[in-house]
Design a protein around this ligand. Structure first.
Ligand code: GLP
Length: 242
């Protein structure tokens, strides 16, 4: 696991965007793993900037999302499929049909999880997976005590996560979905390069536990210590307990 500490978030964005540029130059048909949340936004903005400058094309790339709410209608603006389109994929030349997420509207959600892992495998696996980290060390929606070997599956959202996310649903907890489909930790571990970002003091303890602590389901992102190619990019605040 490589840990890079940067002064500013823009430095992290430039660094991670360099990894995308190198990958897409080498392999224009690369498979990208995309994350929602506020943390990756500076990276997406930098990728859009390079795209608009004519330096980077996603035209032949494909993308898989980390997770999706269960039960939100197809046209709901807070579906992660819609969020990633606003934040990133709709701003570059990535084919909308080449961006897929777990099917949170499937009749059989267990099968949808299995199908999703199969779709990732059929695409050749994820070349570059970008990840945020929760302040409790969660990855995607793999909360503390999630199985370290888990696959894409149905999960119940914890009360804390639903409260955290109520701000995206007009502050109305009743409108926040109760379940999600999330890539498992085992699924995430199969990506060829995993890049985890952490910014701000609120992430400092999670970064310490996951980078320097024992590998344990108590801190899900600690599994990345066993990843053959993991890069952790943190700002000075997030690195303050290392
Ligand atoms: C959610 C997402 C995670 C994300 C986390 C942190 O739970 N499912 O993928 O890492 O929030 O969000 P933020 O980046 O906004 O701090």
């Amino acid at each position: 696991m490589e840990v890079i500490v940067v002064e500013r978030r823009q430095d992290a964005a430039a660094l991670v965007a360099d990894a995308y540029t190198a990958l897409l130059t080498r392999t224009p048909t690369a498979v990208l793993g995309l994350a929602t949340g506020s943390t990756p936004l500076p990276v997406y903005d930098e990728l859009v900037r390079r795209h608009d400058a004519g330096d980077l094309s996603f035209a032949r790339a494909r993308a898989f999302l980390l997770d999706e709410y269960v039960g939100l209608p197809a046209d709901h603006p807070e579906r992660y499929r819609a969020v990633i389109e606003r934040d990133f994929t709709g701003r570059v030349d990535l084919d909308p049909a080449a961006v897929v997420g777990p099917d949170g509207l499937a009749q059989d959600l267990d099968a949808a999880g299995r199908d999703y892992d199969e779709a990732i495998r059929a695409a050749g696996g994820i070349d570059l997976q970008i990840l945020g980290i929760g302040s409790d060390g969660h990855l995607a929606f793999n909360m503390p005590m999630s199985s370290l070997a888990s696959r894409t599956r149905l999960k119940t959202l914890t009360p804390r996560t639903r409260e955290d996310n109520a701000r995206f649903f007009d502050g109305d907890l009743d409108r926040v979905p109760t379940h999600c489909l999330t890539q498992g930790l085992g699924t995430i571990m199969e990506s060829r390069h995993a890049v985890m970002l952490g910014f701000g003091r609120a992430k400092a303890q999670a970064i310490r536990e996951c980078v320097e602590g024992a590998v344990s389901a108590r801190w899900p992102a600690s599994i990345l210590q066993l990843h053959p190619h993991a890069t952790v990019v943190v700002d000075v605040e997030a690195a303050s307990q290392l």
